[in-house]
Design a binder for this molecule. Structure first.
Ligand code: ZN
Ligand code: ZN
Length: 314
């Protein structure tokens, strides 16, 4: 066939099979290993939770449930044990009954505390009692570190990442999972809280990088625009960072999209960082991790590290 004939026949196929032509958009991506999303805020219905997993090609998710959503998380786990094998419980750490609520969550089956995102200092009395409790119950604590106010989250949360070595030293039996912009912006040594999502090449020796290297009880998840932005700044640095911390990082999305493909109003609103609007954070970060690591390192970050931390069989 000459070129014109080929084009004509392709056109005929496309015209005759509109459904087939749309198939690639409906197909879920395939990753090089199974994936667990360690930062998945539980949605309102079982169907909505399942839709994000299927759309993004994600095997499993650790559900982050608010204090009163523990029973719903446990029910979803019972309904879909392979897809939702674990959940974390949360409550306002400033409330007097915080310890009681968190303890009850673990009794009800929670495998960790989080996400803890409250306007307190990360080394203040509210968080210190949580760290003590986490050590006692042997569950990790997922912390949102933020210094700079944002449209969707004004003010600071768990402030003081630059002082956090003191906590890691004081609570050696507590397993900390770090997340959010103050943690990820601080992988560069030149960060001075000038903006939430700095860009440009990384200056080695940042606070977060050092904390991960120096303290065996610190872990981090790669969720949200904060991690995606940080790991998109400097390809050579990112490869080395993932290699050096391959046993300390967990994939997470913190995505707001409805379908695992960037759809829905929440992921397309001005509360979402412009670079992530209309995109699925899970997919974007899994692509980034794939491009920046070996299949063996990807598997650790996407699957095995989280299972080891939560005491689940792979
Ligand atoms: Zn957060
Ligand atoms: Zn998504």
């Amino acid at each position: 066939m000459d070129r014109r004939t080929v084009l004509a026949s392709l056109g005929a196929v496309a015209a005759a099979s509109p459904l087939r032509a749309q198939e690639p958009a409906q197909t879920s991506p395939k990753w090089s290993s199974p994936v667990i999303d360690m930062h998945f805020h539980m949605r309102r219905t079982p169907e909505a939770n399942i839709a994000h997993q299927q759309g993004a090609g994600v095997t499993a998710a650790n559900l982050l449930a608010r204090a009163d959503a523990g029973p719903a998380a446990a029910a979803l786990k019972a309904q879909k044990p392979a897809m939702f094998p674990s959940w974390f419980g949360s409550t306002d750490v400033a409330k007097p009954d915080a310890e009681q609520i968190l303890t009850q969550a673990v009794k009800d089956g929670a495998k960790g505390f989080g996400e803890l995102k409250f306007p307190v200092a990360a080394d203040g009395p509210e968080m210190r009692r949580v760290y003590d409790l986490a050590a006692e119950l042997n569950v990790p604590v997922l912390i949102h570190f933020q210094e700079i106010g944002q449209p969707a989250a004004p003010g600071g949360y768990n402030t003081g990442i630059k002082r956090f070595a003191t906590m890691l030293k004081a609570y050696p039996k507590t397993k900390f999972i770090a997340h959010a912009d103050a943690f990820w912006a601080n992988i560069s040594a030149d960060y001075h809280e000038q903006e939430a999502y700095p860009t440009g090449p990384i200056v080695p020796g940042g606070v977060s990088d050092k904390l991960l290297a120096d303290y065996p009880n610190l872990f981090a998840d790669t969720s949200a625009n904060s991690a995606n932005n940080a790991l998109s700044r400097d390809a050579e640095f990112t490869k080395d960072f993932l290699r050096r911390h391959q046993d300390k990082l967990h994939f997470g999305s913190d995505c707001n999209c409805e379908d695992g493909k960037g759809g829905g109003a929440a992921q397309n609103s001005d509360r979402v960082a412009p670079r992530m609007r209309g995109k699925c954070v899970a997919q974007e970060t899994l692509k980034l991790l794939t491009a920046s690591s070996t299949p063996a390192i990807f598997r650790k970050i996407a699957w095995t590290n989280a299972h080891r931390l939560l005491g689940m069989t792979v």
